[in-house]
Design a protein around this ligand. Structure first.
Ligand code: ADP
Ligand code: GN1
Ligand code: MG
Length: 360
């Protein structure tokens, strides 16, 4: 749905914002919500039209975010600041969607591509610390915003169903990609099996740990706030670790069309592992450590499979800019998995070395 400028101004008018609104324009590179930057003559805000087909229970979603941000603030951590509307509510349910406003977290940068290992190590440390903080949070208060979010075998079932239904007549355009995902089916259950038999602990996790969901201080480069808190739910530490590597240990953007530019970089894996493991240290159990390299492949396969499912279903889930966009994203994920497969021994070596360094 295209939202008109006048509608956006109407939504902003439901809030007591500081200053006069000067402009409201699309902002950021998220794939799920529609994000806008509001500028007033005094300050800036983030306005989001939440994706209610992805998150149908808006009230529970916003309650989760309220609880988690209150908790993080009580721990002296910088976090999202929900601006309440004139009725004192955390969001506005309108005919043209469900809307929320956050204070803009100023003087920060977020990256779609890792500029260097230091930045990625810093991200790892921040996500590790975040994991530690969430360990103190009472998970029973949280609603599961998307059931089976990182249940890779279930994602695979949905994928196979999309292939069978072929509603958009696109199967013929991606046969080799489909075969690629079919041939790796035995790997998908590994994390879920660990959660089921208890060898992998159930924790409270962020579940969407890509690099552009962390804001770094523009001056010092230090991590300031972890954002996009929509998917905080019970999960495995391996979801958060693997997804960060999927996105950040690549030499190219997630939607790079030139596959010659797309490589898995083991040095970036090293940097992130140093940061993350340095922060979670002894909290990580042996089975989690053993699965660090496999979790990167599983999360990358899962994400690629989700892009391919969306391509087959007519691009109904992720934001896309052109008709092959999800297929292009699928290709980068496949390339990364192949290179991770080839680098498995090296990844295991790095994990063991870092574990020793941080005394795990
Ligand atoms: P999506 O779920 O679509 O990914 P996000 O909540 O991650 O949406 O927001 C999209 C982008 O907007 C982020 O990657 C970040 O660049 C920017 N952003 C979101 N919230 C804030 C904020 N409070 N302050 C500054 N930038 C923000
Ligand atoms: C989405 O919301 P965003 O853009 O940070 C998606 C993640 C995917 C990611 C792939 C709720 O993340 O699961 O890994 O795209 N979020 C949701 O880039 O599905
Ligand atoms: Mg995001």
């Amino acid at each position: 749905m295209t939202i008109q400028a006048q509608e956006l101004a109407g939504i902003a008018a439901l809030y007591c914002l500081e200053g006069q609104v000067v402009s409201i324009a699309p902002y950021g590179n998220g794939h799920i919500n529609q994000t806008y930057l509001i500028r007033t003559d005094k300050r800036r805000y983030i306005l989001q039209r939440m994706n209610t087909s992805v998150f149908p229970d808006t009230a529970s979603l916003m309650r989760n975010i309220e609880l988690v941000t209150e908790f993080l603030r009580s721990q002296n951590q910088e976090t999202l600041d929900i601006i309440r509307n004139k009725d004192g509510e955390t969001y506005c349910q309108l005919e043209n969607g469900a809307w929320r406003i956050y204070a803009f977290i100023e003087n920060t940068v977020s990256y779609d591509l890792v500029p260097n290992g230091e930045v990625f190590k810093e991200a790892g440390q921040a996500f590790g610390r975040f994991q530690n903080s969430l360990a103190l949070f009472d998970a029973s208060q949280l609603t599961e915003t998307i059931a089976h979010f990182h249940d890779t075998p279930k994602r695979f079932e949905t994928f196979k169903q999309a292939v069978l239904e072929d509603t958009e007549d696109r199967v013929s355009t991606c046969r080799s990609e489909i075969d690629w995902y079919m041939s790796r089916a035995d790997q998908y259950p590994v994390i879920m099996e660990g959660l089921a038999d208890g060898s992998v602990p159930l924790r409270v996790t962020h579940n969407d740990t890509k690099l552009n969901n962390i804001l770094m201080d523009a001056a010092t480069g230090k991590a300031r706030a972890i954002i996009d808190l929509d998917t905080i739910m019970p999960g495995s530490m391996l979801f958060d670790f693997g997804d960060s590597i999927r996105f950040g240990a690549s030499t190219a953007l997630e939607d790079e069309q030139d596959l010659d530019k797309v490589h898995f970089n083991p040095d970036l894996y090293h940097a992130y592992t140093q940061g993350f493991l340095g922060a979670v240290a002894s909290k990580a159990v042996g089975r989690e450590l053993a699965l660090f390299p496999a979790s990167c492949r599983i999360m990358t396969m899962e994400c690629g499979m989700r892009f391919l499912t969306d391509y087959l279903q007519g691009d109904i889930y992720f934001s896309t800019a052109y008709s092959e966009h999800n297929l292009v994203r699928t290709h980068t994920q496949m390339r990364l998995v192949e290179e991770m497969e080839a680098a498995d021994a090296r990844m295991q070596e790095i994990t063991a070395q870092v574990a020793e360094e941080v005394g795990v």
